[in-house]
Design a protein around this ligand. Structure first.
Ligand SMILES: Cc1ncc(COP(=O)(O)O)c(C=O)c1O
Length: 367
């Protein structure tokens, strides 16, 4: 049965902005501008200015943005890096791929790192922290940066899900040594494929990451500064993202409106815990709207059977994935939350009527 309400609806966005998408394609194709061209430079400037960092470097995924950050910061064998298990595998993967050791701490009810556990998790080997701003909600960066300064740790902010989100009026990625975004299609700002970015205020790190992304080349193709990788953000993707960024503020506003509809429509329904509400220190952008219920698995079956596409991120936390060999960590809150979470459809093109259908379907399950 086709879904009545999709989890995301890419064709709808394309239809709404068809002329602009087609114009971007025509412009890039007719100019033959594919690799490290004007659209990428423009996009890097736009994002750096928007988030308030000196530099932004477009790479081909959020995964690579994390890995190149970790390499540029020198994480390696013998180092420990503190992060969470309730995240996409790429966060922990960046640590492991460098040869460093991940140290996982638990989360709190806002789904983010329990900052009160970080200090206790440090050892003489700790080199860094990777806080994850999950679902478009910032971590408490005051506490994380205080610990980092106290012990001279490096910080990579995983803001793959948090373009636009703020803590104390500063945007995510502007606190740490580096911060990263993903432009995967379903993300806050998504392209027609994969894309990522590293943001930093450190010119030296920026240069290293520019060299890493283009096989060691920065200013000239003839001078190789180091061994690197081939992981540039394609100019076509940058051009799409430039065009879409014109709508970004409007889209964030719409996500926040939908979140308020869900908050009101679902509060007091069954045993549902609605998506956490933040205080004034935070500006949330709602990459995802996540509810919790003890009846989650039955609710998911009911929603899908009723034509509502929903998603669980993530049903099994990373330390419970046998292949990753991280099961020595005890993370009770992470385990509880991963058994209860469920993400509802959330994207700017979702209509009020569709949000109502989602709410009514959840209510019908509990009725
Ligand atoms: C929290 C988090 N970190 C990292 C990534 C990796 O981004 P990408 O899919 O662009 O490699 C994602 C994307 O799903 C994510 O959600």
């Amino acid at each position: 049965m086709p879904y009545k309400v999709r989890f995301v609806n890419y064709p709808r966005q394309y239809q709404q902005l068809k002329k602009e998408f087609d114009h971007v394609f025509e412009e890039v194709m007719s100019g033959g501008n594919f690799i490290l061209r004007r659209h990428l430079e423009e996009f890097e400037k736009i994002i750096a200015e928007y988030v308030g960092t000196k530099c932004a470097i477009g790479v081909n995924t959020g995964t690579d943005a994390l890995y190149l950050s970790a390499r540029a910061l020198g994480f390696g064998p013998g180092d420990e890096v503190i992060t969470v298990a309730h995240t996409f595998v790429a966060t922990v993967g960046a640590i492991v791929q460098c040869g460093a050791t991940p140290v996982l701490v638990d989360i709190t009810d806002d789904f983010n790192m329990d900052v009160d556990q970080v200090e206790a998790a440090t050892t003489s080997k700790t080199k860094g922290i990777i806080p994850v701003h999950l679902n478009g909600h910032a971590c408490n960066m005051d506490k994380i940066m205080d610990i980092a300064k106290k012990y001279n740790f490096r910080v990579i902010e995983d803001a793959a899900q948090a373009l636009g989100a703020k803590f104390k009026n500063k945007r995510c990625v502007s606190f740490g040594d580096t911060g990263i975004f993903s432009f995967y299609p379903a993300k806050m700002l998504g392209t027609a494929g994969d894309g990522g970015m590293v943001c930093t205020n450190d010119d030296g790190l920026a240069r290293k990451i520019r060299a890493f992304r283009d096989n060691g080349r920065v200013d000239s193709v003839e001078v190789i500064e180091c061994f690197g990788w081939c992981t540039r953000l394609d100019n076509l993707h940058a051009a799409i993202l430039n065009m879409k960024f014109n709508y970004f503020d409007k889209w964030v506003k719409r996500r926040r409106e939908i979140a308020r509809m869900y908050d009101e429509g679902l509060s007091g329904v069954g045993d549902i815990i609605t998506h956490p509400r933040s205080n004034d220190d935070y500006f949330d952008v709602y990459q995802n709207y996540v509810i919790r219920s003890k009846h989650r698995d039955d609710l998911v079956r009911y929603m899908k059977a009723s034509g509502i596409e929903v998603l669980i991120s993530w049903p099994k936390p990373l330390h419970k994935q046998p292949a990753l060999k991280l099961d020595h960590f005890k993370l009770p809150k992470t385990e509880q939350i991963s058994a209860e979470v469920l993400s509802l459809p959330m994207y700017p093109e979702l209509t009020d009527n569709e949000a109502e259908i989602v709410i009514e379907t959840v209510k019908a399950f509990f009725a």
